[in-house]
Write a protein that binds this ligand. Structure first.
Ligand code: NDP
Length: 487
């Protein structure tokens, strides 16, 4: 055994670069739309470039779906619903879903590297969170496919038909799994539109679906922009719409669907409070705060973007938080030691810069650890605002970046009032030593999910979703299946 010498006083441990190899991924120069089991160019030949946000290097040209492609995909999905997938017994549907889950596991490294390249998230997150959870969603829902008659939906639960699904860029593969797995388990067929900036893992999933031998048309994947999403959600051949994204677009979709009789679930934004009481295990709470807002660069709908800390421990918590943030490593998303990756797009970076500038202009104190940002690509340092009041824009608007707003409270009643002072209602965190206080808080916090002494925990068996401006409907668990069953 070799004794490692301790670092000299004042010096810091440095990590050697540990990049994951990108050799495992082969990115084609161009990709088509996945319609009726085959890759095909867009009807009008349009395409767009997808970039690596960490370097701005173009990765591939991707077909841009138009109205005629949406028509083709919906027709293929309808045909599969009526002739193959819809009438198929649940035991057989389950076999296909297990096959997809196993293929994701077998190709896990490939999915993880591709996700980090196209999205900018650190490889340790795509490897340890996004990809395993995506596989877990297919495994979990495979288990339901032949048990739906026993799930409390009546003796003969029926699928809805064709599901039109639109997903965002923050968890591209995982959101595809959240949408496809329950829909397919219940016997629906799907047309999925990934976000424009992150199409590549959805297209790799299309390849997996092709290899798994699903009947053509069961899953169709249309890459494209907001107009393609709009064409899909307003298509009269779609029976069910599932959307995850901004509240603004969610409201537009709600207006378009109103009165059509089609089913809709919306998973929208959030401005979650992470509430730390003075009796909380503070070191754990600091880890929970970091995980709550700096996981995935804060591009998380349920991010704990408002820290509410009890006044008596506010200085202590802030000191420890700043010390901890000084150890975070920002940089190459493919480096296994990276904690903070790139911001997904220039547009998102502009939004973060705009809102943080407003935070300063409105009088909050801004702090970031010393940190060198790469010169190419889109980057933003972990940032903490203290002295924030409830009227500040950074306390009210979803920033969707690595930016924490810190507010204080004195009593549990004040904590609840401040936590609920938002139009959103997606998630919240509570940190305290007292079980009774956790229950007291969860009864009063107006959010779909409340984590106690932890944050950002996800499980396919656990329903996730919000209310008010965070949307409606649940994903995951038995509740998530209900959104894809008639009745
Ligand atoms: P959007 O809501 O615009 O995008 C989500 C998805 O919807 C994308 O696939 C998008 O396509 C598509 N889309 C855009 N317009 C329409 C439309 N009119 N009808 C149907 N589908 C549409 O979010 P952005 O990516 O523009 O992000 C803006 C803000 O939204 C972020 O800053 C963040 O605050 C919030 N957001 C919240 C998310 C959440 O999980 N709750 C996820 C993403 C963003 P395309 O990619 O081509 O625009």
């Amino acid at each position: 055994m070799v004794d490692a010498a301790p670092p000299a006083p004042g010096s810091a441990w440095e990590y050697a670069p540990a990049p994951e190899s990108r050799e495992i991924v082969s990115i084609a120069p161009g990709y088509g739309l996945f319609i009726n089991g085959e890759f095909t160019p867009a009807a009008d030949g349009k395409h767009f470039t997808t970039l690596n946000p960490a370097t701005e290097e173009p990765l591939a040209e991707v077909a841009e779906a138009g109205v005629r492609d949406v028509d083709r995909a919906v027709a293929a999905a309808r045909d599969a619903f009526e002739r193959t997938w819809g009438p198929m017994p649940g035991t057989d549907r389950a076999k296909y879903l297990y096959r997809i889950a196993r293929a994701i596991q077998e190709r896990a490294r490939e999915f993880a590297v591709l996700e980090s390249l196209d999205n900018g998230k650190p490889i340790k997150e795509s490897r340890d969170v996004d990809v395993p959870l995506a596989a877990a969603h297919f495994f979990y829902h495979a288990g339901w496919a032949d048990k739906l008659e026993h799930a409390g939906f009546g003796p003969q639960p029926r699928p809805l038909g064709v599901a039109g699904q639109v997903i965002p860029w923050n968890f591209p593969l995982l959101m595809a799994a959240w949408k496809l797995a329950p829909a397919l388990a219940a016997g629906n067929t799907c047309v999925l539109k990934p976000a424009e900036t992150t199409p590549l893992t959805a297209l790799l999933l299309a390849e997996v679906i092709q290899q798994a031998g699903l009947p053509p048309g069961t899953v169709n994947i249309l890459t494209g922009d907001g107009a393609a999403g709009q064409a899909l959600v307003s298509h009269p051949g779609v029976d069910k719409i599932a959307f995850t994204g901004s509240t603004e677009v969610g409201k537009e979709i709600l207006r378009a669907v109103a009165g059509t009789g089609r089913k809709l679930t919306l998973e929208l934004g959030g401005k979650a409070a992470n509430v730390v009481f003075d009796d909380a295990p503070l070191d754990q709470a600091v880890e929970g705060i970091v995980n709550g807002i700096f996981f995935n660069q804060g591009h998380v709908c349920c991010a704990g973007s408002r820290l509410l800390v009890q006044e008596s421990v506010a200085d202590l918590v802030l000191d420890r938080l700043k010390r901890r943030l000084g150890t975070l490593r920002l940089g190459d998303p493919l480096d296994k030691n990276t904690d903070i990756g790139a911001i997904n797009s220039r547009q998102q970076l502009d939004k973060i810069e705009r809102l943080t500038a407003a935070g300063e202009a409105e009088g909050a104190q801004r702090w970031s650890p010393p940190c060198v940002l790469p010169t190419a690509g889109y980057w933003f340092p972990p940032t903490v605002f203290s002295g924030v009041s409830q009227s500040h824009r950074i306390a009210r608007e979803e920033i969707f970046g690595p930016v924490l707003s810190v507010l204080t409270f004195r009593t549990p009643e004040e904590a609840v009032a401040k936590a609920n002072n938002t139009p959103y209602g997606l998630s919240a965190g509570v940190w305290t030593d007292k079980g009774s206080r956790i229950l007291w808080m969860t009864q009063r916090l107006r959010s779909g999910v409340v984590w106690a002494n932890t944050y950002n925990r996800f499980d396919p068996a656990s329903p996730f979703g919000g209310y008010r401006e965070s949307g409606f409907g649940r994903e995951g668990g038995r509740h998530g299946l209900a959104a894809y069953i008639d009745g």
